[in-house]
Design a protein around this ligand. Structure first.
Ligand code: SAM
Length: 258
């Protein structure tokens, strides 16, 4: 069964199945967080859609969190208020209920993205979305050389791009967010300079790219990666990355106003 919106429910079978252990490796990165706080500006009330375990929620203002997955919401800190179970496509709030709405690394999971974007615009005059550009993301070495099946997930999301998000939330700019080599938020592109990390199943479990594809394909790709690390072939091809402190791996910040 697909995610909630199509079925009229607020359940998220996908993240209820793959979200366990997410918070273990997904610690908000302070450098990304500062960009998000800056984008939220003076907003006093913020809605976090697809909030999951609560990454990047500001701590100095009122935040309401929504997510369809019980497994994800169960990983939230007890210090923040109770989350509401809902999907982006049908937010249970009145028009302009919040100063700002944020959606972090979630829009690509929505069943009906256009409906979700419209809801973000309805509930807040400021929309801050952290997302990725599939074309750039899928050119990174872990996808292109080792697990190309991850790119196929985006083929099943026709039209998804940062430009689509910008159009949907009324943004004029799409800002590149370079990812530091030691990024603490364990999304797949966090490890562009730390290839050995992918051999750790806990790292893979915290990224939907690995969790949503055929596990035989993952094993095949990782066996090749392991061999290339041992033989020096990876270092020969990608050793230059060790000289870089940050890289554009496709992550984008999109801010819509009005
Ligand atoms: C990669 S996680 C991101 C969680 C959190 N925002 C973060 O940055 O760590 C994606 C989240 O989107 C949620 N999600 C999936 N479908 C959704 C939908 N239709 N509406 C809102 N959230 C959804 C999932 O349950 C999951 O918590």
């Amino acid at each position: 069964m697909p995610d909630g919106a199509q079925t009229g429910s607020t359940e998220s079978p996908t993240y209820d199945a793959i979200g366990v252990g997410y918070a273990d490796k997904r610690h908000p990165d302070p450098r990304i967080a500062s960009r998000i706080v800056e984008a939220l500006g003076g907003a006093k009330s913020v809605l976090n859609v697809g909030a999951g375990a609560g990454s990047y929620e500001p701590v100095d203002r009122t935040v309401v969190a929504v997510d369809p997955s019980m497994a994800m919401m169960g990983q939230r800190s007890f210090e923040v208020g109770p989350p509401i179970r809902a999907v982006a496509e049908r937010l249970p709030f009145r028009d302009d209920a919040f100063d700002a709405v944020m959606a972090m690394l979630t829009v690509h999971h929505w069943v009906d993205r256009r409906a979700g974007y419209a809801e973000l615009c309805r509930v807040a005059p400021l929309r801050v979305v952290f997302t990725y550009e599939p074309e750039v993301h899928n050119r990174q070495w872990i996808v292109e050389d080792y697990v190309p099946e991850i790119a196929q997930l985006d083929h099943r999301r026709p039209g998804f791009s940062a430009a689509e998000v910008a159009d949907g939330i009324g943004a004029t700019d799409v800002v590149t967010v370079p990812i530091p080599w030691d990024c603490t938020d364990g999304f797949i592109m966090a490890y562009w300079r730390r290839p050995e990390a992918f051999l750790d199943p806990r790292v893979r479990r915290a990224t939907s790219g690995f969790s949503l594809i055929d596990q035989l394909a993952v094993e095949r790709g990782l066996r090749r990666l392991e061999a290339d690390l041992a033989s020096g072939a990876w270092a020969e091809r990608y050793g230059y990355l060790n000289d870089l402190d940050e890289l554009d791996t496709g992550l984008r910040l999109v801010v819509g106003r009005g």
